[in-house]
Design a binder for this molecule. Structure first.
Ligand SMILES: [Zn+2]
Length: 481
């Protein structure tokens, strides 16, 4: 009975951990590494395990840093089921197909620029690999235990981060011939996945757990306090008012799944109050448009307010002046718009995608505004904007940054330090906690806070192994009954 950390240990992206128990190997997430010049090369490295020997994957949610390397896992021999919650199973195809197309475009660009003696590059994976991966997806309902193998059960709970985000409860039992719990050693592990803020728009709050023997917890904003939600919304209203006075455009790099829907939802909520009729709002992302339709299909996961809003609108996102830009021509047409446009486009960290064109056209103009609404990994263009670089490079071209850049941490899909501690505080007694999915400083800061509460907190590192049977048994329902 063992847990080993592979990815998102000491960094935010590339989530991947492995549980070995009852003669099986179950992977938690298989995400893409993002940001930093070496990310593409690191994604191509062999997995530190044999892909064909993995029996199953449990996927926490549909963000690329959690599911982006699943097709590579399949390409390298994994044939088992990929369990995830039902809305997530609807979102994964959108995300993985986009990821494969992106990989293909990158390789085409690299091959155009390569020297004559260099071998042509191959994409990380292609659409066929994605199709094969999708056939291995198994949707499971929230809050219902499911036996994966004798001795291994899983239950997914809402993590309140994006639609279809889960925290994963995993029960493992060993020591009996048929893996039955009686007479066996059993332990319960809770993997937080990515945790949302409390009282976030659209979604329900993260599930309140009661007990576990071991907690694996994200720490993205473990050293940060977001501003209060009302203050953040007031700030956004003020930025849009200033932008209207300045007469330029507003660019919002946003993840297609999650931030785009929430940002549009906020605009819908404040439509009258913020005088938004004077703007044209572009959702310039086929992926975000597709994800919005999936959001609207799952009102059972909404909070009360979103359920009410849904009852009065037919379409998602509910905004009268919204333009959905599906095709590249639709997107290019926005380049001629000099003012009065709020442009929401991916990628969320501005390290690729259509938002690059909009930034190229607007960054040098002081009357324009950029609103950063999500986490920006080191090495990405988004992070350079957050760090107030006076000049950036886009598509090899130097672009001075004269536009006003605003970072609205309060709109993040991730809870802050207070949210994370609140989530952990529901466990009694306090289980040992291993921190993942955070840069070292963030994880260390959260570890200090957790230790002040009497918890044993460790910042995980790749290759760290934990003997689960050696942990004290704390969970009351370790067999997920
Ligand atoms: Zn996420």
């Amino acid at each position: 009975m063992q847990l080993e950390f592979f990815g998102a240990a000491g960094e935010v992206t590339g989530s991947c951990h492995i549980v070995r128990a009852a003669g099986r190997q179950v992977l938690l997430d298989c995400g893409m590494i993002q940001g930093g010049g070496d990310a593409p090369a690191r994604n191509r490295l062999p997995f530190p395990f044999d892909a064909a020997s993995i029996d199953a994957v449990v996927l926490s949610h549909a963000h690329v840093d959690h599911c982006g390397r699943l097709p590579l896992l399949v390409k390298r021999g994994f044939r088992g089921p990929i369990y995830t919650n039902t809305p997530c199973a609807d979102l994964v195809p959108i995300l993985l197909r986009d990821s494969a197309s992106l990989a293909l475009r990158e390789v085409e660009r690299a091959n155009r620029d390569r020297a004559a003696h260099e071998a042509p590059a191959e994409p990380l994976y292609d659409l066929e690999d994605v199709d094969a991966t999708l056939k291995q997806l198994v949707a499971i309902p929230y809050d219902t235990p499911r036996e994966l193998f004798p001795g291994i059960k899983v239950r997914v709970r809402d993590a309140g981060h994006i639609l279809g985000s889960s925290s994963v409860e995993l029960s493992v039992a060993e020591g009996h011939a048929d893996g039955a719990p009686s007479g066996a050693t059993s332990r319960k592990l809770v993997f937080s996945g990515d945790l949302g803020q409390y009282d976030t728009p659209i979604l329900q709050d993260p599930y309140r757990f009661e007990s576990a023997d071991l907690v694996l917890m994200e720490s993205t904003y473990g050293n940060r306090r977001h501003r209060e939600r009302e203050d953040t919304e007031r700030e956004l209203g003020a930025i849009l008012a200033q932008a209207a006075r300045d007469g330029g455009n507003v660019i919002v790099p946003a993840f297609a799944i999650g931030r785009s829907q929430e940002f549009l939802y906020l605009l819908a909520q404040h439509y009258g109050e913020w005088h938004l009729a004077r703007w044209k709002v572009f959702l310039d992302s086929p992926m975000a448009i597709a994800a919005s339709h999936v959001y609207w299909k799952h009102p059972d996961r909404f909070d009360e307010e979103a359920s009410r809003l849904r009852a009065s609108f037919r379409g998602m996102p509910p905004l009268p002046n919204l333009v959905l830009s599906e095709t590249p021509d639709d997107s290019r047409a926005i380049n001629n718009v000099r003012g009065g446009a709020i442009i929401i486009a991916g990628s969320g960290m501005a390290n690729g995608g259509r938002v690059l064109h909009h930034l190229k056209h607007n960054l040098a103009r002081p009357e324009c505004h950029v609103i950063i609404v999500g986490f920006q990994a080191p090495g990405t263009l988004g992070r350079q904007l957050v760090d107030r670089r006076p000049e950036v490079r886009i598509h090899g071209q130097r672009v001075p940054v004269a536009a006003q850049v605003h970072t609205l941490g309060g709109l993040s899909a991730h809870g802050d330090q207070e949210d994370l501690l609140r989530w952990y505080d529901s466990f009694a007694p306090r289980p040992p906690v291993y921190l993942v999915h955070g840069e070292i400083e963030a994880a260390e800061a959260l570890a200090i806070k957790l230790r002040e509460r009497g918890a044993t907190a460790t910042v995980s590192r790749p290759g760290l192994r934990i003997d689960l049977a050696g942990l004290p048994a704390l969970a009351r329902d370790s067999s997920l009954t």
